[in-house]
Design a protein around this ligand. Structure first.
Ligand SMILES: NC(=O)c1ccc[n+]([C@@H]2O[C@H](COP(=O)([O-])OP(=O)(O)OC[C@H]3O[C@@H](n4cnc5c(N)ncnc54)[C@H](OP(=O)(O)O)[C@@H]3O)[C@@H](O)[C@H]2O)c1
Length: 149
């Protein structure tokens, strides 16, 4: 799940559902959220809630943050995706669904691009093959977007 800013809204519900399932003793799969905002002290939405879900879901939940205005260099969700390329690629090999929600104008396009690069690099394929695999994920429903601009 990639949901910077207000794009995090649907993923809050996904995580709530998994936390409820886990509380009932059901097994839940690995759940990874890439969340980005400006500054952890200003617009880190649901910061306290994530801590509760983290306790409920333990190792199966990973929340990876990108705070864009905490340093001189912009840090965005797609940078974090690249840093966690191996994890992302492993999850895709396990047939994970990739979800993106938020800004369509820049963020979603850049995330799409970076995912293709990750797949190509991690699997030793040419860049075009990575792009093709993302297109295939889209057409087969394993890359889902809810984006707007
Ligand atoms: N006044 C405020 O304090 C405040 C706070 C939050 C939101 N808003 C406004 O509320 C609206 C919706 O906000 P939102 O929370 O959905 O989004 P947002 O706060 O505009 O953006 C969420 C995060 O995405 C980052 N971002 C910007 N361009 C990106 C890109 N190309 N790829 C990946 N990430 C990128 C932003 O970084 P940068 O912005 O640092 O580039 C920010 O860290 C916007 O109009 C926003 O301006 C205002």
């Amino acid at each position: 799940m990639v949901g910077p800013g207000t794009g995090v809204a649907p993923f809050r519900a996904f995580i709530q559902e998994r936390a409820a399932l886990a509380a009932r003793g059901e097994k839940v799969g690995p759940t990874v959220l890439f969340f980005g905002c400006r500054n952890r002290n200003e617009d880190f939405m649901y910061q306290d809630e994530w801590k509760i879900y983290q306790e409920q879901l333990g190792d199966s939940l990973k929340i990876i943050t990108a705070f864009s205005r905490e340093s001189s260099r912009k840090v965005y969700v797609q940078h974090r995706l690249s840093e966690h390329a191996e994890l992302v690629s492993d999850l895709l090999k396990q047939k994970a669904t990739f979800y993106v929600c938020g800004d369509a104008a820049n963020m979603a396009r850049e995330v799409n691009l970076v995912l293709g690069q990750i797949i190509a690099k991690q699997r030793g394929l040419p860049a075009e093959k990575g792009e093709e695999m993302v297109k295939h994920m889209r057409s087969s429903g394993s890359y889902q977007e809810d984006v707007w601009s």
